[in-house]
Ligand binder design. Structure first.
Ligand code: C2E
Ligand code: MG
Ligand code: MG
Length: 867
């Protein structure tokens, strides 16, 4: 762990050092260039200069020489301004002060005559640059004229002329300057050797610039083809326009293109400037992903770009001066917008935009300095005069990093999409599985997977929006994460050192190393539940709820990551069902679990092949002690697993949509047996059939039931349908409609397991029931348990008050029977009379009774058992 970290730091330091060294040598190179030009301190001659500004722009040399008023000035202090005007400069060279033709000897004179100076106009877009040599007696002669067509390429880029002292120690020149681009025309004097070197150095810098731009453009092209992201094309657009602008401004384009092309580029310089900011703005917008953010700034910027584009087109109809003014008035606005976009993004996510931000710093500085030099607001030096070129050079280098970071980021996002949940951004289950697999490979042999299921959350979810839901889960995660931050027994599941993972059923899961866990597990779970309770609030509504916790320990409760997580989830659900707050996984828990898909397959087979049996449990009229009815209870004899109880497979049948066909088999069998039973025994016997809530919303249920009734030739009045009390159908209009139709058919509707559900008796009264079955939870041992007694008595009395028939299921003794009879209960059912038995056994059991009546000798004893 430490070694790669260290080597990473060392290599970063080395790269930083190399970059620093390159920057230093580059700065000294640029500095060297600036050192080369001549000023009054290092000149071999005395230099005098004066200027005249021809505002009319049409004076010729004779007029200028005869009538122009020249103003004394240093050649670098001529007030160039953004206007259509020409500049005439008189430049004279003579022996240094104190020396004259008479005072210098012949040797010195030779030496001075050998001295040359090169005058360069640092401007590649000159309309005119004419240098005349003035003589005392002879007419002015042209030394250099930029407008001549047979100039060498380098004379276009570096327009320059040789100056020397004549034999009298005095030379005078007249220079005419007019710019077709930026107004500032820096005039520089060099010694010939220095001039050569200066040219070489500046060509080297241009070469480096073009090279970098080319490489970055190709790099972006490759990225575009690799990722098809238009942001790279926009950047190439920006690079091309920056290249075009700078090829005009610096003149290096003359090395690459023909004069005609350069003429065009110079002509469209401002238009290219517009293109540059359009591309840069679009690039910024897409690079920082405003298009995906759904941010207002996106639309505003697109509008702004559209306006700039129109202005760019409009600028083509203007003269150069007006174009330039228009562009420079728009430029500050562009920088404000661009900086807003960057800072806004930086505020949200610094690491993501940092290189991009860094790349803008030089660009911003360069973009302020360069126009100031061009407009003659700032003194020219090679560095300031090429500020924009350097700025772009540094900018594209940083941008290469920024683009690389962006790629890394999108790769990471792809990974995050797999490893992290889309909406709540918590680690997904895969992280936990991965961690467990790692542990299994390691030596940790004793660990527990813990699933934390927020209490009632699946119901609360129905009332809240997605945002609230996500916030709740995130709050929960945060609270629990801080609880476990310093607990080393709770293991990290991700590289980001997160400990909790989100499971799709709205639970959180983690894994603890039991060896390291010094805390008592009960206390540990209590701390979890306390934390959940503390944070359990929805939209500031503090709820008195906590969490159910399920645990699965390796290897007892599973040998693979998937089985351990799934079993811990089952345990959490089981804790919820049994209201025991927390529980370890137990084998039987999984019988209802989604992993019982095999059971569903077998169940489907059993339905097709009628692999069930119907058992009967008698119900006794407590007034007459006569058997008045039997409850039909389904039994499944699984070919491999043996007898499986309805508590297990009914839920599966409901989950897998198998209930309707199963119920129809039950109804058909029950009614057939009822018909035979009545025929056989002649008893006044009714039949009670359990119906699932799912059956009630089945479209053909009524027709199917009616069909079976008529086929079996049985009176509907002899049938009772038991419905388990549940909210699901009480509030479902289709279900209520079905119940009403069943009642119309003549069927009695009984409410089963009363007391275990949610509804109060008054709610039930709104529904059309005729019978109420008090759950055995309140009936078993009712005689000895005061609490049950109160509940059972109240339930019976209230139900009787509502005119309902009351059945008590789970009567276990004569005393229970007596107690319920005393409350006014009508019917009894329970092991005290008989356990559920097969139809044949039931017939035999009935035959053993006299007149269908339970003998008095039953006192406290159980008779026939469930076979
Ligand atoms: P239930 O309708 O409340 O049925 C009564 C359950 O209590 C039966 O369990 C019965 O064996 C049991 N029982 C009866 N007297 C006593 C007693 O004195 N002590 C104890 N401890 N238990 C007693 P069983 O047969 O396992 O059925 C369980 C549940 O499965 C039923 O509860 C019912 O909700 C459902 N079920 C059974 N058969 C069917 C069916 O054909 N269709 C549907 N939809 N559900 C069924
Ligand atoms: Mg029942
Ligand atoms: Mg029941």
């Amino acid at each position: 762990m430490i070694f790669p970290e260290l080597s990473k730091k060392i290599s970063t330091a080395i790269i930083a050092l190399i970059l620093f060294a390159i920057t230093l040598s580059f700065v000294s190179l640029v500095n060297d260039i600036d050192q080369k030009n001549i000023d009054e301190f290092n000149s071999p001659f005395t230099i005098n200069s004066s200027y005249f500004i021809d505002k009319s722009n049409n004076a010729d040399i004779n007029e200028v020489l005869t009538s122009a008023q020249f103003i004394e000035s240093n050649i670098n202090s001529i007030p160039y301004a953004l206007a259509e005007q020409s500049y005439w400069i008189k430049l004279s060279l003579h022996y240094p002060i104190g020396k004259s033709l008479l005072s210098v000897n012949i040797q010195e004179r030779r030496a001075y005559e050998n001295e040359h100076l090169v005058l360069m106009a640092e401007h590649s877009m000159l309309d005119s640059f004419i240098v005349y040599e003035l003589g005392a007696i002879k007419a002015p002669t042209i030394l250099f004229d930029k407008s001549l067509t047979d100039l060498e390429v380098s004379q276009n880029v570096y327009p320059a002329v040789n100056l020397e002292l004549n034999q009298f120690g005095y030379s005078e020149y007249l220079i005419k300057l007019k710019s077709s681009g930026p107004p500032n025309i820096p005039l520089q004097l060099f010694k010939p050797d220095d001039f050569e070197q200066r040219l070489l150095l500046s060509q080297l810098i241009y070469g480096a610039f073009i090279g970098i731009l080319l490489i970055i453009a190709i790099y972006n092209l490759v990225l575009f083809f690799a990722g098809k992201d238009k942001v790279y094309l926009l950047y190439i657009g920006y690079l091309i326009s920056a290249f075009a602008v700078l090829s005009s401004l610096t003149g290096y384009g003359y090395f690459l293109f023909s004069e005609q092309v350069m003429h065009l580029l110079n002509q469209y310089l401002i238009f290219n400037d517009f293109l540059l900011i359009i591309f840069l703005l679009l690039f910024t917008l897409f690079f920082l992903r405003y298009d995906r953010l759904n941010h207002w700034a996106y639309k505003v910027c697109i509008g702004f770009v559209a306006i700039i584009s129109l202005l760019a087109l409009y600028s083509l109809s203007l003269d150069e001066l007006a174009q330039t003014k228009l562009f420079f008035s728009i430029q500050p606005l562009f920088y404000i917008v661009a900086l807003y976009l960057i800072f806004n993004r930086l505020k949200q996510d610094f690491s993501w935009a940092r290189f991009y931000f860094l790349s803008w710093l030089p660009l911003f500085v360069g973009a302020i300095i360069q126009p100031m030099v061009l407009l003659n607001q700032l003194e020219y030096s090679f560095l300031t005069g090429h500020a924009f070129l350097f700025a772009i050079m540094i900018e594209v280098t940083f941008m290469a990093f920024a683009l690389a970071e962006r790629i890394r980021r999108s790769e990471q996002e792809k990974l995050t999409m797999i490893a992290y949940h889309q909406s709540n951004h918590l680690p997904r289950q895969t992280n936990l599985e991965h961690k467990i697999n790692e542990i299994l490979k390691d030596d940790i042999q004793d660990f527990t997977v813990i699933v934390i299921k927020p209490e009632q959350f699946q119901r609360i979810e129905l009332y809240i929006d997605e945002q609230t839901r996500v916030k709740f889960i995130q709050d929960l995660n945060q609270k629990l994460s801080s609880l476990f931050r310093f607990n080393d027994a709770v293991l990290h599941t991700t590289d980001q050192l997160e400990k909790l993972c989100y499971l799709e059923n709205c639970s959180l899961a983690m894994v603890i190393n039991n060896v390291d866990n010094e805390q008592n597990i009960e206390l540990f779970i209590h701390s979890i539940q306390q934390a959940v309770q503390d944070v359990y609030s929805i939209k500031n509504l503090k709820l008195p709820l906590s969490a159910f916790v399920g645990l699965a320990t390796y290897p007892e409760h599973g040998s693979s990551s998937a089985s351990l997580i799934s079993n811990a989830s089952i345990a959490a659900s089981n804790a919820e069902t049994s209201q025991s707050k927390w529980t370890y996984y137990a084998q039987k828990d999984s019988e209802n679990s989604p992993s019982s898909i095999q059971l569903a397959i077998d169940l489907e087979q059993a339905i097709t092949h009628k692999g069930f049996e119907l058992f009967h449990q008698p119900q006794i009229d407590l007034k007459t002690n006569k058997v008045c009815s039997s409850e039909c209870l389904i039994r499944w004899n699984h070919p491999v697993l043996g007898a499986i109880y309805p508590d297990v497979f009914i839920a599966i049948a409901e989950d897998f949509g198998l209930m309707p066909s199963l119920t129809l088999w039950v109804v058909e069998t029950a009614l057939t047996q009822q018909a035979r039973l009545t025929e056989h025994t002649g008893l006044n016997h009714m039949v009670s059939i359990n119906i699932s809530g799912k059956d009630l919303i089945q479209a053909n249920f009524i027709d199917d039931v009616a069909g079976i009734i008529s086929r079996c030739d049985i009176k509907a009045e002899k049938i009772i349908f038991e419905l388990t009390e549940s909210i699901s159908f009480a509030q479902n209009n289709i279900a209520i409609n079905t119940i009403e139709k069943l009642i119309e058919l003549g069927i009695t509707i009984s409410i089963d397991d009363f007391g275990t559900g949610y509804s109060s008796l008054s709610q039930i009264n709104q529904l059309p029931f005729q019978e109420l079955k008090i759950d055995r939870e309140f009936v078993e041992d009712v005689c000895s348990d005061i609490k049950r007694k109160v509940i059972a008595e109240t339930a019976v009395k209230m139900a009787k008050g509502l005119g309902l028939e009351v059945v008590a299921e789970g009567i276990n003794s004569a005393l229970d029977e007596e107690t319920l009879r005393s409350f006014g209960c009508d019917i009894g059912q329970g092991y005290f009379y008989a356990k559920p038995m097969s139809y044949d056994d039931y017939l035999e059991w009935l035959n053993n009774l006299t007149n269908g009546q339970i003998p008095k000798s039953l006192d406290g004893e159980f008779i026939p058992v469930d076979k």
